[in-house]
Ligand binder design. Structure first.
Ligand SMILES: [Zn+2]
Length: 416
């Protein structure tokens, strides 16, 4: 993280002055951790929605990093990963996040949108999406007030942000990062995290990533798993990724683990249902597909004898797959990353089920030098429909159906 090396930040120098800090007026001594409740609404009447923020204040100078879960209240990978990071296994004396061995300050917020989490909802109780409301305003609607409170008290003074998410309801994502690769510090943070799949994505307007990048703060979004469920593999990748980032920033001891390869992808497409009915999915998220492989089949109980196959339009990786079997024409069945000439590289790293093996999902991830990471860039091809080019990683808008890639479906008449 070139921009975050000590030479650019004399205050992180080991010999720099380093003292107790205050967070929400609570004092945190060097080399200790403390959980502070921060109100999402700073009011003296009515609900204040306090959320727990655990601050690990290191014994030595260093940067401040925020690790966040559940900005969308129904996305549980982040809450689980953050809770793991705060377990004694990680924070006890001698463990990776022991505050006495830490340089800098780590703020971990397992559940940012606690009111939504309690209602199993993506949104805040006023029905708005917190991750479209940044930087917020103290005089606007409830969600924008919450965003303003978070931005001014927790986020704007930080040196890096890792934001954990999952797919929206109805889909499941393989572990992946979303990063604006044109933002160099964010790209470095993504490399430090150690993920195989990095999607180059301009952050949506109003998202935390957008405002953070605009303010020069590196910020990456991790995606893994599905809303309302817990996927242990995604949680492990999230935990190991956060530790990797802290190791790379030299905030905690140890060498970061790195993947065997890294795909920097600047294009993807949606495979969509061409007909309505019941969707029977044959592959899991993370499956590597060859052109023509059947992804799913759609049949309608009201039209027995008919079915439609959704097939891979070219060689690629299924980075997200539908989990809701009820589809109407046009609904996304999968989010597909064309691999073009890199399919052979990826095929070297699949397990016996045809799914990608992820370094950080292993119990004991391997470490390797950065120079040994095979990094390739996958550009979108301009073949076929031009429309999906416009849809490149408009990702957080998935559920709004704005991305308009077109899947190719093959019609079969089994009644014949
Ligand atoms: Zn989300």
């Amino acid at each position: 993280m070139a921009a975050h090396e000590p030479e650019d930040h004399p205050e992180w120098d080991r010999s720099a002055e380093w003292d107790d800090i205050r967070f929400m007026r609570k004092r945190i001594q060097t080399g200790t951790m403390r959980t502070v409740h921060m109100p999402l609404l700073p009011v003296s009447m009515g609900d204040t929605w306090p959320i727990p923020v655990t601050v690990l204040h290191g014994a030595r100078p260093g940067p401040t990093i925020n690790i966040l879960g559940a900005i969308h209240g129904d996305e549980l990978t982040g809450p689980s990963a953050c809770t793991h990071l705060l377990s004694t296994r990680f924070t006890e004396p001698g463990a990776p996040l022991d505050p006495k061995r830490l340089a800098g300050t780590v703020r971990i917020v397992p559940v940012v949108n606690l009111p939504g989490f309690r209602e199993k909802s993506r949104y805040l109780p006023d029905g708005r999406d917190l991750n479209r409301a940044f930087p917020g305003s103290p005089l606007s609607n409830t969600t924008r007030r919450v965003a303003h409170q978070l931005w001014t008290n927790l986020l704007e003074d930080t040196d890096a942000i890792i934001d954990f998410h999952t797919a929206a309801k109805g889909r499941s994502n393989m572990p992946q990062l979303r990063v604006d690769l044109a933002h160099p510090a964010s790209y470095l943070l993504a490399k430090a995290f150690g993920a195989e799949i990095v999607l180059d994505s301009k952050p949506p307007s109003g998202s935390l990533r957008r405002i953070a990048n605009d303010e020069g703060i590196p910020c990456i979004t991790f995606e893994g798993g599905a809303a309302d469920t817990l996927d242990n593999r995604s949680v492990m990748v999230a935990v190991n990724g956060a530790l990797n980032a802290l190791r790379s920033l030299k905030m905690v001891p140890g060498r970061p683990t790195r993947p065997a390869f890294r795909l920097l992808a600047s294009g993807s497409r949606w495979l969509r249902a061409s007909e309505g009915g019941l969707l029977d999915v044959f592959v899991r998220e993370g499956a590597v597909m060859k052109e023509g492989d059947v992804v799913a089949t759609i049949a309608d109980p009201a039209a027995p004898g008919l079915s439609v196959d959704i097939v891979a339009p070219e060689d690629g990786l299924m980075i997200s797959i539908a989990t809701n079997p009820f589809v109407t024409a046009g609904m996304p069945v999968g989010h597909f990353l064309p691999l073009a000439k890199h399919v052979d590289l990826v095929l070297r790293h699949v397990d016996e089920d045809g799914s990608l093996r992820l370094n950080a999902a292993q119990g004991d991830p391997l470490w390797r030098e950065e120079q040994d990471v095979e990094e390739v860039t996958v550009e979108h091809s301009s073949s076929e429909d031009a429309e999906w080019v416009d849809a490149i990683f408009d990702l957080e808008q998935e559920e709004k159906d704005e991305a308009d890639g077109v899947g190719r479906a093959k019609r079969e008449d089994q009644a014949a």
